[in-house]
Ligand binder design. Structure first.
Ligand SMILES: [Ca+2]
Ligand SMILES: [Ca+2]
Length: 155
């Protein structure tokens, strides 16, 4: 029975404990992600189908015990929608919602651009057939996109 998961991101390898796995045999095949979320590495991800503003997207994730995704590895660049990155506090200084350092940036060509002087302070991942590695765009936070939520696998 696995009571922990080994997690890998671009920075480190670590493990997390799965709650409840000591309870007995019936628990061992239990999916550590909530229904509707999919597991990748040590985390569970949810891509909302409905488009919403960035703040709404953040609330949507938090209401589900998650958070807007913080891109910590290339593998996380799969879903389209709002990511947990904003420069609303300090124009031009992009910060993750969990305060982790912005060590890798995957802006699309020409982004961020606050298009034509619009105040674009929130980031969207848009998969790009050309390059999955350069796919972030800044948009006005009030524009509507799907939410990409993440949380650690824990059930
Ligand atoms: Ca901005
Ligand atoms: Ca832009």
């Amino acid at each position: 029975m696995r009571c922990s998961l080994t997690c890998v991101n671009d920075v480190k390898v670590f493990s997390i404990n799965l709650q409840g796995c000591w309870k007995g045999g019936g628990e061992k095949t239990r999916n550590p992600c909530s229904p509707g979320w999919h597991k990748m590495n040590c985390k569970c991800y949810l891509n909302s189908t409905a488009p919403m503003a960035w703040a709404e997207a953040r609330r949507y994730c938090r209401e589900r015990a998650g958070e807007l995704v913080v891109i910590g590895s290339r593998e996380e660049q799969k879903m389209n929608g709002w990511i947990g990155l904003t420069d609303s506090k300090n124009e031009g200084t992009w910060t993750w919602v969990d305060s982790s350092p912005l060590t890798q940036e995957f802006w699309a060509k020409g982004q961020p651009d606050s298009r034509g002087g619009l105040d674009e302070d929130c980031a969207v991942f848009q998969s790009d057939a050309q390059s999955a590695m350069s796919s972030w765009h800044d948009y006005e936070c009030s524009s509507r996109h799907a939410a990409i939520c993440e949380k650690f696998a824990s059930r």
